[in-house]
Write a protein that binds this ligand. Sequence first.
Ligand code: UGY
Ligand code: MN
Length: 249
Amino acid sequence: MSLSGLTRSRVQADHALLTPESHVPCMLPGWRDATLTILVSPRIGAGFTQFYVDLLAGGATAPPQDGIQRFVYVMEGELDADVGDGKRRVGAGAYIYTPAGHAHTLEACAPTRLLVFEKPWVPLGDSVPEPVLAHERDVVAEPFLGDPDAMLKTFLPVDDRYDMAINHFTFVPGATLPMVEVHVMEHGLTLLSGAGVYRLGDSWYTVQKGDSIWMAPYLPQWFCATGKTPTSYIYYKDMNRDVYAAGQR
Ligand code: UGY
Ligand code: MN
């Protein structure tokens, strides 16, 4: 209960910081024993959607809308995932990508929290992406632009069948993004551990585990990890499509 009327959340035309004390869940048709908390969506001006799903044991996801691809990251709990080649039981750190129109089922065996990114698929010739069911521990981290204090894992194949990337950064305390980035791609991000300071446009925000951020194209952005333990975040960006096709905001 807030008696102060204060929140760390901020919503601007070109970015948003969405902190847990201001989250409001909703129920949507087709989801079983599931509560959704929609963080980023076309309603804020984004070209993608980012949301939490809290499933009770026995709960299940609904299929995405037509033409929408989906990336699911398991934050907590356990579920049975079937992306077309039989059921597999997976836990925290597992992730699932399904191309638009690809049938799949995700059923929780215990209370489970998912972070989901969805994006309208932008076709490119005849190429079609493959579904992915994998675990973050099996992805090799690479130093970001040569900096071993900022390690990056790339969860999806980096080829032009895929029009989006989901990546995972781990920064040691004091590590930073090496420059203030300004780029055409859009981001959605959730901090999975630790804390830091995020520059978004001309504002600097203290951020911590559980916070989510939307960054519009061209938003100046920079990050510095603080605290005494590593900071990690997972983030979305659009890629591999020419700007006319990708500019669907
Ligand atoms: O991939 C990226 O653009 C990434 N370095 N941006 C970010 O973490 N804000
Ligand atoms: Mn960036």
